[in-house]
Design a binder for this molecule. Structure first.
Ligand code: PMP
Length: 487
Protein backbone atom coordinates (compact mmCIF):
# COMPACT_ATOMS: atom_id res chain seq x y z
CA UNK A 1 0.00 0.00 0.00
CA UNK A 2 1.16 3.49 -0.70
CA UNK A 3 2.63 5.42 2.23
CA UNK A 4 0.44 8.25 1.13
CA UNK A 5 -2.99 6.85 0.63
CA UNK A 6 -4.84 10.13 0.62
CA UNK A 7 -2.32 11.61 -1.76
CA UNK A 8 -2.98 8.94 -4.39
CA UNK A 9 -4.71 11.15 -6.98
CA UNK A 10 -1.97 13.76 -6.66
CA UNK A 11 0.69 11.06 -6.76
CA UNK A 12 -0.69 9.87 -10.08
CA UNK A 13 -0.60 13.37 -11.53
CA UNK A 14 2.87 13.89 -10.13
CA UNK A 15 4.11 10.74 -11.82
CA UNK A 16 2.52 11.70 -15.10
CA UNK A 17 3.87 15.24 -15.39
CA UNK A 18 6.51 16.13 -12.87
CA UNK A 19 10.24 15.50 -13.23
CA UNK A 20 11.78 15.83 -9.75
CA UNK A 21 15.30 17.06 -8.96
CA UNK A 22 17.99 14.45 -8.20
CA UNK A 23 15.51 11.64 -8.79
CA UNK A 24 15.37 8.37 -10.69
CA UNK A 25 12.20 9.32 -12.58
CA UNK A 26 11.19 5.77 -13.42
CA UNK A 27 11.70 4.46 -9.91
CA UNK A 28 9.72 7.33 -8.41
CA UNK A 29 6.96 6.68 -10.92
CA UNK A 30 6.76 3.11 -9.67
CA UNK A 31 6.84 4.04 -6.00
CA UNK A 32 5.00 7.36 -5.95
CA UNK A 33 6.08 10.48 -4.12
CA UNK A 34 5.14 11.38 -0.58
CA UNK A 35 2.91 14.43 -0.80
CA UNK A 36 3.71 17.05 1.82
CA UNK A 37 0.72 19.25 2.51
CA UNK A 38 1.59 21.31 5.53
CA UNK A 39 4.14 22.33 8.09
CA UNK A 40 4.28 23.78 11.57
CA UNK A 41 7.30 24.50 13.76
CA UNK A 42 9.86 21.77 13.12
CA UNK A 43 7.24 19.39 11.72
CA UNK A 44 5.91 18.73 8.24
CA UNK A 45 2.68 16.92 7.52
CA UNK A 46 1.89 14.57 4.64
CA UNK A 47 -1.36 13.92 2.81
CA UNK A 48 -2.22 11.13 5.25
CA UNK A 49 -1.95 13.52 8.17
CA UNK A 50 1.30 11.98 9.43
CA UNK A 51 3.41 14.51 11.32
CA UNK A 52 7.09 14.14 10.55
CA UNK A 53 9.90 15.83 12.45
CA UNK A 54 11.92 17.57 9.77
CA UNK A 55 15.49 16.79 10.72
CA UNK A 56 16.72 18.46 7.52
CA UNK A 57 14.95 21.86 7.75
CA UNK A 58 13.63 21.20 4.24
CA UNK A 59 16.90 21.23 2.33
CA UNK A 60 19.07 22.85 5.03
CA UNK A 61 17.05 26.03 4.81
CA UNK A 62 13.87 26.33 6.90
CA UNK A 63 15.86 27.60 9.85
CA UNK A 64 12.95 29.41 11.51
CA UNK A 65 10.49 26.53 11.16
CA UNK A 66 7.35 26.23 9.09
CA UNK A 67 5.01 28.72 10.72
CA UNK A 68 6.60 32.12 11.10
CA UNK A 69 3.69 34.53 10.59
CA UNK A 70 6.03 37.52 10.37
CA UNK A 71 7.67 36.12 7.26
CA UNK A 72 4.27 35.61 5.69
CA UNK A 73 3.26 39.16 6.61
CA UNK A 74 6.50 40.59 5.22
CA UNK A 75 5.88 38.81 1.91
CA UNK A 76 2.26 39.85 1.79
CA UNK A 77 3.03 43.47 2.61
CA UNK A 78 5.73 43.66 -0.06
CA UNK A 79 3.53 41.89 -2.62
CA UNK A 80 0.98 44.62 -2.11
CA UNK A 81 3.51 47.45 -2.16
CA UNK A 82 5.68 46.37 -5.09
CA UNK A 83 5.54 42.72 -6.16
CA UNK A 84 8.36 42.98 -8.63
CA UNK A 85 10.89 45.29 -10.01
CA UNK A 86 14.35 44.59 -11.28
CA UNK A 87 17.65 46.06 -10.21
CA UNK A 88 19.06 46.46 -13.72
CA UNK A 89 19.33 49.78 -15.60
CA UNK A 90 20.17 52.01 -12.64
CA UNK A 91 17.09 51.11 -10.59
CA UNK A 92 16.72 49.77 -7.07
CA UNK A 93 14.02 49.32 -4.46
CA UNK A 94 13.94 49.56 -0.67
CA UNK A 95 13.97 45.80 0.19
CA UNK A 96 17.07 45.04 -1.91
CA UNK A 97 18.91 48.11 -0.63
CA UNK A 98 18.04 47.47 2.99
CA UNK A 99 18.89 43.78 2.73
CA UNK A 100 22.27 44.56 1.15
CA UNK A 101 23.08 46.97 3.98
CA UNK A 102 21.94 44.57 6.68
CA UNK A 103 23.90 41.64 5.25
CA UNK A 104 27.04 43.73 5.11
CA UNK A 105 26.50 44.86 8.71
CA UNK A 106 26.30 41.22 9.82
CA UNK A 107 29.19 40.03 7.62
CA UNK A 108 32.85 40.27 8.64
CA UNK A 109 34.18 43.85 8.48
CA UNK A 110 36.08 43.45 5.21
CA UNK A 111 32.86 42.53 3.38
CA UNK A 112 30.76 45.50 2.32
CA UNK A 113 29.01 44.49 -0.89
CA UNK A 114 26.56 41.89 -2.07
CA UNK A 115 25.40 40.72 -5.49
CA UNK A 116 21.95 39.08 -5.40
CA UNK A 117 20.89 35.89 -7.14
CA UNK A 118 17.90 33.56 -6.98
CA UNK A 119 19.67 30.49 -5.58
CA UNK A 120 22.89 28.99 -4.27
CA UNK A 121 23.79 27.63 -7.70
CA UNK A 122 23.42 31.06 -9.27
CA UNK A 123 25.49 32.45 -6.41
CA UNK A 124 28.33 30.13 -7.32
CA UNK A 125 27.98 30.92 -11.02
CA UNK A 126 28.16 34.60 -10.17
CA UNK A 127 31.15 34.04 -7.91
CA UNK A 128 33.03 32.28 -10.73
CA UNK A 129 32.33 35.16 -13.10
CA UNK A 130 33.49 37.68 -10.50
CA UNK A 131 36.67 35.83 -9.60
CA UNK A 132 37.82 35.55 -13.21
CA UNK A 133 36.80 39.12 -13.95
CA UNK A 134 38.74 40.31 -10.91
CA UNK A 135 42.00 38.76 -12.08
CA UNK A 136 41.47 39.97 -15.63
CA UNK A 137 41.03 43.51 -14.33
CA UNK A 138 44.17 43.10 -12.25
CA UNK A 139 46.05 42.41 -15.47
CA UNK A 140 46.48 38.73 -14.67
CA UNK A 141 43.94 37.07 -16.99
CA UNK A 142 45.90 33.83 -16.89
CA UNK A 143 44.77 33.40 -13.28
CA UNK A 144 41.81 31.21 -14.24
CA UNK A 145 42.01 27.98 -12.28
CA UNK A 146 39.63 27.37 -9.42
CA UNK A 147 40.72 24.66 -7.03
CA UNK A 148 37.74 23.05 -5.30
CA UNK A 149 37.32 19.71 -3.55
CA UNK A 150 36.15 16.22 -4.39
CA UNK A 151 32.71 15.57 -2.94
CA UNK A 152 32.11 19.28 -2.43
CA UNK A 153 28.71 20.62 -3.50
CA UNK A 154 28.23 24.03 -5.07
CA UNK A 155 25.02 23.66 -7.03
CA UNK A 156 23.55 22.04 -10.09
CA UNK A 157 23.83 24.60 -12.88
CA UNK A 158 26.67 23.85 -15.29
CA UNK A 159 29.09 26.04 -13.35
CA UNK A 160 27.75 24.82 -10.00
CA UNK A 161 28.20 21.16 -10.87
CA UNK A 162 31.63 21.87 -12.41
CA UNK A 163 32.74 23.61 -9.21
CA UNK A 164 31.32 20.78 -7.14
CA UNK A 165 33.27 17.59 -6.86
CA UNK A 166 30.46 15.10 -7.37
CA UNK A 167 31.73 12.60 -9.93
CA UNK A 168 28.28 11.25 -10.94
CA UNK A 169 27.16 14.79 -11.77
CA UNK A 170 30.25 15.38 -13.90
CA UNK A 171 29.63 12.13 -15.72
CA UNK A 172 26.11 13.22 -16.72
CA UNK A 173 26.53 16.93 -17.15
CA UNK A 174 29.91 17.23 -18.83
CA UNK A 175 31.94 18.54 -20.39
CA UNK A 176 32.43 20.67 -17.32
CA UNK A 177 33.43 24.31 -17.31
CA UNK A 178 37.17 24.34 -18.05
CA UNK A 179 39.72 25.56 -15.54
CA UNK A 180 38.25 23.86 -12.47
CA UNK A 181 40.13 21.14 -10.61
CA UNK A 182 39.46 19.21 -7.41
CA UNK A 183 41.67 18.09 -4.56
CA UNK A 184 41.05 15.48 -1.90
CA UNK A 185 38.47 16.16 0.79
CA UNK A 186 39.23 16.16 4.53
CA UNK A 187 36.85 13.27 5.21
CA UNK A 188 38.45 11.31 8.00
CA UNK A 189 35.90 8.51 8.31
CA UNK A 190 35.68 7.73 4.60
CA UNK A 191 39.22 8.43 3.50
CA UNK A 192 41.48 9.32 6.40
CA UNK A 193 41.50 6.11 8.37
CA UNK A 194 43.00 4.09 5.58
CA UNK A 195 45.14 6.62 3.77
CA UNK A 196 48.32 4.77 2.84
CA UNK A 197 50.44 7.97 2.87
CA UNK A 198 49.60 8.52 6.53
CA UNK A 199 52.08 7.02 8.97
CA UNK A 200 49.98 7.79 12.02
CA UNK A 201 46.28 7.21 12.58
CA UNK A 202 45.91 10.84 13.54
CA UNK A 203 43.02 12.96 12.31
CA UNK A 204 45.16 16.05 12.51
CA UNK A 205 47.90 14.53 10.41
CA UNK A 206 45.24 13.65 7.88
CA UNK A 207 43.94 17.23 7.95
CA UNK A 208 47.44 18.51 7.22
CA UNK A 209 47.86 15.97 4.44
CA UNK A 210 44.68 17.26 2.78
CA UNK A 211 45.96 20.82 3.03
CA UNK A 212 49.26 19.76 1.46
CA UNK A 213 47.21 18.59 -1.51
CA UNK A 214 46.24 22.22 -2.05
CA UNK A 215 49.88 23.32 -2.00
CA UNK A 216 50.84 20.55 -4.41
CA UNK A 217 48.04 21.41 -6.83
CA UNK A 218 48.93 25.10 -6.78
CA UNK A 219 52.52 24.17 -7.60
CA UNK A 220 51.42 21.85 -10.40
CA UNK A 221 49.20 24.48 -12.00
CA UNK A 222 51.62 27.31 -11.30
CA UNK A 223 50.56 29.92 -8.72
CA UNK A 224 50.25 32.52 -11.47
CA UNK A 225 47.47 30.49 -13.04
CA UNK A 226 45.38 29.92 -9.92
CA UNK A 227 42.48 32.28 -9.23
CA UNK A 228 40.85 30.88 -6.12
CA UNK A 229 40.36 28.05 -3.67
CA UNK A 230 36.69 27.20 -3.08
CA UNK A 231 35.32 25.17 -0.18
CA UNK A 232 32.41 24.79 2.19
CA UNK A 233 33.38 25.32 5.85
CA UNK A 234 31.77 21.95 6.59
CA UNK A 235 30.80 19.86 3.56
CA UNK A 236 27.03 19.59 3.73
CA UNK A 237 25.61 17.55 0.87
CA UNK A 238 28.80 15.47 0.80
CA UNK A 239 27.85 14.06 4.20
CA UNK A 240 28.05 16.71 6.95
CA UNK A 241 31.81 16.39 7.00
CA UNK A 242 33.55 18.39 9.71
CA UNK A 243 37.22 18.59 8.81
CA UNK A 244 39.91 17.64 11.34
CA UNK A 245 40.89 20.58 13.59
CA UNK A 246 44.21 20.92 11.80
CA UNK A 247 42.66 21.32 8.36
CA UNK A 248 41.59 24.95 8.11
CA UNK A 249 44.68 26.37 9.88
CA UNK A 250 46.85 24.36 7.48
CA UNK A 251 44.83 25.57 4.47
CA UNK A 252 45.20 29.15 5.67
CA UNK A 253 48.96 28.67 5.91
CA UNK A 254 49.07 27.42 2.32
CA UNK A 255 46.93 30.30 1.03
CA UNK A 256 49.13 32.82 2.86
CA UNK A 257 52.04 31.79 0.63
CA UNK A 258 50.27 32.64 -2.60
CA UNK A 259 48.17 35.42 -4.03
CA UNK A 260 45.00 33.37 -4.42
CA UNK A 261 41.45 34.27 -3.46
CA UNK A 262 39.59 32.29 -0.83
CA UNK A 263 35.93 31.57 -1.58
CA UNK A 264 33.91 30.02 1.23
CA UNK A 265 30.54 28.64 0.16
CA UNK A 266 28.19 29.60 3.00
CA UNK A 267 25.00 28.39 1.34
CA UNK A 268 24.47 25.82 4.10
CA UNK A 269 26.80 26.94 6.88
CA UNK A 270 25.77 30.60 6.76
CA UNK A 271 23.05 32.09 8.97
CA UNK A 272 23.67 30.23 12.17
CA UNK A 273 23.93 26.58 11.21
CA UNK A 274 27.33 26.18 12.91
CA UNK A 275 26.63 28.61 15.74
CA UNK A 276 28.08 31.71 14.08
CA UNK A 277 26.52 33.97 11.48
CA UNK A 278 28.90 32.43 8.95
CA UNK A 279 30.68 29.09 9.05
CA UNK A 280 33.92 30.81 8.13
CA UNK A 281 33.78 32.66 11.47
CA UNK A 282 33.70 29.34 13.29
CA UNK A 283 36.95 28.40 11.53
CA UNK A 284 38.44 31.91 11.71
CA UNK A 285 38.60 32.33 7.94
CA UNK A 286 38.73 35.58 6.01
CA UNK A 287 37.06 34.79 2.69
CA UNK A 288 37.27 37.14 -0.28
CA UNK A 289 33.84 35.99 -1.44
CA UNK A 290 31.00 34.07 0.18
CA UNK A 291 28.12 32.57 -1.85
CA UNK A 292 24.96 32.52 0.29
CA UNK A 293 21.31 31.32 -0.04
CA UNK A 294 18.97 28.93 1.81
CA UNK A 295 18.81 30.16 5.44
CA UNK A 296 18.95 33.77 4.20
CA UNK A 297 15.16 33.65 3.78
CA UNK A 298 14.63 30.60 5.97
CA UNK A 299 13.75 28.91 2.68
CA UNK A 300 10.41 30.76 2.49
CA UNK A 301 11.29 32.31 -0.86
CA UNK A 302 14.20 31.71 -3.25
CA UNK A 303 17.05 34.14 -2.80
CA UNK A 304 20.83 33.90 -2.82
CA UNK A 305 23.80 36.12 -3.34
CA UNK A 306 27.53 36.59 -3.19
CA UNK A 307 29.03 38.57 -0.36
CA UNK A 308 32.03 40.30 -1.89
CA UNK A 309 35.05 41.40 0.13
CA UNK A 310 36.58 44.84 -0.32
CA UNK A 311 39.57 43.68 -2.31
CA UNK A 312 37.44 42.20 -5.08
CA UNK A 313 34.57 44.69 -4.86
CA UNK A 314 36.83 47.73 -5.12
CA UNK A 315 38.45 46.39 -8.25
CA UNK A 316 35.14 45.47 -9.86
CA UNK A 317 33.76 48.91 -9.02
CA UNK A 318 36.77 51.12 -9.74
CA UNK A 319 38.24 49.35 -12.74
CA UNK A 320 35.46 47.17 -14.08
CA UNK A 321 33.11 49.13 -16.29
CA UNK A 322 29.89 47.23 -16.95
CA UNK A 323 29.68 43.73 -15.48
CA UNK A 324 27.69 41.74 -18.03
CA UNK A 325 25.91 39.50 -15.58
CA UNK A 326 22.66 39.37 -13.61
CA UNK A 327 19.28 37.74 -13.24
CA UNK A 328 15.68 38.84 -13.65
CA UNK A 329 15.17 37.99 -10.00
CA UNK A 330 18.40 39.45 -8.59
CA UNK A 331 17.27 41.11 -5.36
CA UNK A 332 13.58 40.32 -5.98
CA UNK A 333 11.68 42.70 -3.66
CA UNK A 334 9.40 40.10 -2.05
CA UNK A 335 12.27 37.64 -1.48
CA UNK A 336 14.43 40.46 -0.14
CA UNK A 337 11.68 41.61 2.24
CA UNK A 338 11.34 38.07 3.60
CA UNK A 339 15.12 37.75 3.96
CA UNK A 340 15.26 41.05 5.85
CA UNK A 341 12.56 39.86 8.21
CA UNK A 342 14.40 36.55 8.66
CA UNK A 343 17.54 38.40 9.72
CA UNK A 344 15.49 40.60 12.05
CA UNK A 345 13.88 37.61 13.77
CA UNK A 346 17.21 35.83 14.08
CA UNK A 347 18.73 38.82 15.84
CA UNK A 348 15.74 39.55 18.04
CA UNK A 349 15.57 35.94 19.21
CA UNK A 350 19.35 35.65 19.46
CA UNK A 351 19.19 32.43 17.48
CA UNK A 352 22.83 32.26 16.42
CA UNK A 353 24.11 32.50 20.00
CA UNK A 354 21.53 29.98 21.13
CA UNK A 355 22.79 27.50 18.53
CA UNK A 356 26.39 28.07 19.62
CA UNK A 357 25.94 28.02 23.39
CA UNK A 358 22.89 25.87 23.98
CA UNK A 359 21.28 23.90 21.16
CA UNK A 360 24.52 22.85 19.44
CA UNK A 361 26.18 21.50 22.61
CA UNK A 362 22.89 19.86 23.64
CA UNK A 363 22.53 18.13 20.27
CA UNK A 364 26.20 17.07 20.43
CA UNK A 365 25.63 15.33 23.77
CA UNK A 366 22.46 13.59 22.72
CA UNK A 367 23.67 12.72 19.21
CA UNK A 368 26.88 11.17 20.57
CA UNK A 369 24.81 8.53 22.40
CA UNK A 370 23.90 7.05 19.00
CA UNK A 371 27.52 6.02 18.59
CA UNK A 372 26.77 3.12 20.96
CA UNK A 373 24.50 1.58 18.37
CA UNK A 374 26.04 -1.43 16.56
CA UNK A 375 25.23 0.10 13.16
CA UNK A 376 27.00 3.37 13.90
CA UNK A 377 30.73 3.70 13.26
CA UNK A 378 30.83 7.41 14.04
CA UNK A 379 28.38 10.04 15.29
CA UNK A 380 29.53 13.62 14.78
CA UNK A 381 27.96 17.05 14.95
CA UNK A 382 28.75 20.73 14.95
CA UNK A 383 26.18 23.39 15.70
CA UNK A 384 22.93 22.01 14.35
CA UNK A 385 24.41 19.72 11.74
CA UNK A 386 25.12 16.06 12.37
CA UNK A 387 26.01 12.77 10.74
CA UNK A 388 26.01 9.06 11.49
CA UNK A 389 28.28 6.68 9.61
CA UNK A 390 26.53 3.33 9.19
CA UNK A 391 28.86 0.34 9.24
CA UNK A 392 28.64 -3.43 8.87
CA UNK A 393 31.35 -4.02 11.43
CA UNK A 394 31.67 -1.64 14.31
CA UNK A 395 35.12 -2.76 15.39
CA UNK A 396 36.80 -2.34 12.02
CA UNK A 397 34.47 0.32 10.63
CA UNK A 398 33.88 -1.84 7.57
CA UNK A 399 31.10 -0.51 5.37
CA UNK A 400 28.12 -2.41 4.03
CA UNK A 401 28.18 -3.53 0.44
CA UNK A 402 26.95 -0.64 -1.65
CA UNK A 403 24.30 -2.83 -3.30
CA UNK A 404 22.52 -3.11 0.05
CA UNK A 405 21.81 0.64 -0.04
CA UNK A 406 21.63 0.66 3.75
CA UNK A 407 21.53 4.44 3.95
CA UNK A 408 18.45 4.59 1.73
CA UNK A 409 16.85 1.81 3.75
CA UNK A 410 17.41 3.74 6.96
CA UNK A 411 16.14 6.96 5.37
CA UNK A 412 12.92 5.31 4.23
CA UNK A 413 12.42 3.75 7.67
CA UNK A 414 12.97 7.17 9.24
CA UNK A 415 10.19 8.63 7.14
CA UNK A 416 7.85 5.86 8.22
CA UNK A 417 8.73 6.39 11.88
CA UNK A 418 8.21 10.14 11.62
CA UNK A 419 11.63 11.66 11.03
CA UNK A 420 13.29 13.21 8.00
CA UNK A 421 16.92 12.13 8.07
CA UNK A 422 18.72 12.20 4.77
CA UNK A 423 21.17 9.59 3.48
CA UNK A 424 24.32 10.22 1.49
CA UNK A 425 25.47 6.71 0.69
CA UNK A 426 25.59 5.08 4.11
CA UNK A 427 25.99 8.38 5.93
CA UNK A 428 22.83 9.65 7.64
CA UNK A 429 22.66 13.41 8.05
CA UNK A 430 20.59 15.93 9.95
CA UNK A 431 20.32 19.70 9.85
CA UNK A 432 17.16 20.59 11.77
CA UNK A 433 15.52 24.02 12.01
CA UNK A 434 17.43 26.35 14.33
CA UNK A 435 14.26 26.89 16.38
CA UNK A 436 14.25 23.28 17.56
CA UNK A 437 13.85 22.82 21.33
CA UNK A 438 15.64 20.45 23.72
CA UNK A 439 12.55 18.26 23.86
CA UNK A 440 12.40 18.11 20.08
CA UNK A 441 16.11 17.22 19.94
CA UNK A 442 15.34 14.39 22.38
CA UNK A 443 12.51 13.28 20.10
CA UNK A 444 14.77 13.48 17.05
CA UNK A 445 17.42 11.30 18.70
CA UNK A 446 14.80 8.77 19.89
CA UNK A 447 13.31 8.55 16.41
CA UNK A 448 16.78 8.13 14.91
CA UNK A 449 17.51 5.34 17.39
CA UNK A 450 14.25 3.59 16.58
CA UNK A 451 15.04 3.85 12.87
CA UNK A 452 18.53 2.42 13.43
CA UNK A 453 17.00 -0.49 15.34
CA UNK A 454 14.51 -1.17 12.60
CA UNK A 455 17.23 -0.91 9.95
CA UNK A 456 19.29 -3.42 11.92
CA UNK A 457 16.30 -5.71 12.25
CA UNK A 458 15.52 -5.63 8.55
CA UNK A 459 19.15 -6.21 7.63
CA UNK A 460 19.36 -9.17 9.97
CA UNK A 461 16.25 -10.78 8.56
CA UNK A 462 16.92 -9.75 4.98
CA UNK A 463 13.50 -8.13 5.20
CA UNK A 464 14.33 -5.33 2.80
CA UNK A 465 14.93 -7.73 -0.06
CA UNK A 466 18.71 -7.97 0.01
CA UNK A 467 20.81 -10.33 2.05
CA UNK A 468 23.27 -8.74 4.46
CA UNK A 469 26.91 -9.78 4.40
CA UNK A 470 27.95 -12.62 6.69
CA UNK A 471 29.63 -10.35 9.23
CA UNK A 472 26.83 -7.84 9.36
CA UNK A 473 24.19 -10.52 9.44
CA UNK A 474 25.54 -12.22 12.56
CA UNK A 475 26.37 -8.98 14.31
CA UNK A 476 22.99 -7.54 13.56
CA UNK A 477 20.97 -10.58 14.45
CA UNK A 478 22.57 -10.53 17.91
CA UNK A 479 21.77 -6.89 18.17
CA UNK A 480 18.27 -6.92 16.82
CA UNK A 481 17.23 -9.71 19.15
CA UNK A 482 18.04 -7.41 22.03
CA UNK A 483 16.32 -4.47 20.42
CA UNK A 484 13.14 -5.66 18.86
CA UNK A 485 11.35 -5.73 22.15
CA UNK A 486 12.20 -2.07 22.72
CA UNK A 487 11.37 -0.84 19.25
N1 PMP B 1 26.26 25.45 -2.30
C1 PMP B 1 26.04 24.59 -1.30
C2 PMP B 1 27.09 24.43 -0.24
C3 PMP B 1 24.85 23.88 -1.24
O1 PMP B 1 24.64 23.00 -0.26
C4 PMP B 1 23.87 24.09 -2.24
C5 PMP B 1 22.53 23.37 -2.20
N2 PMP B 1 22.42 22.28 -1.40
C6 PMP B 1 24.16 24.96 -3.27
C7 PMP B 1 25.36 25.64 -3.27
C8 PMP B 1 23.19 25.18 -4.39
O2 PMP B 1 22.08 25.87 -3.94
P1 PMP B 1 20.71 25.85 -4.78
O3 PMP B 1 20.16 24.47 -4.68
O4 PMP B 1 19.89 26.90 -4.10
O5 PMP B 1 21.03 26.22 -6.17
Amino acid sequence: MSANENGAPLQALDTRHHLHPFTDFKQLGEQGSRIITGGSGVYIEDADGQRILDGMAGLWCVNLGYDQPELVAAASQQMTQLPYYNTFFKTAHPPAIELAAELCRLAPKHINHVFFTGSGSEANDSMLRMVRRFWALKGQPEKQWIIARENGYHGSTVAGMSLGGMAPMHAQGGPCVPGITHIRQPYWFAEGRETPELETRSRDDFGRLCAEALDTRIQELGPDNVAAFLAEPVQGAGGAIMPPDSYWPAIKAVLAKYDILLVVDEVICGFGRLGEWFGSQHYDLKPDLMPIAKGLSSGYLPIGGVLVGDRVAETLIEEGGEFFHGFTYSGHPVCAAVALKTLEIMQREDIVTRVRDDLGPYLARRWATLEDHPLVGEARSLGLMGALELVADKASGERFEASLAVGNLCRDICFETGLVMRSVGDTMIISPPLVITHEQIDALVSLALAALDETARQLATGGHGAAPSATSSSLLSQHSSSLTSES
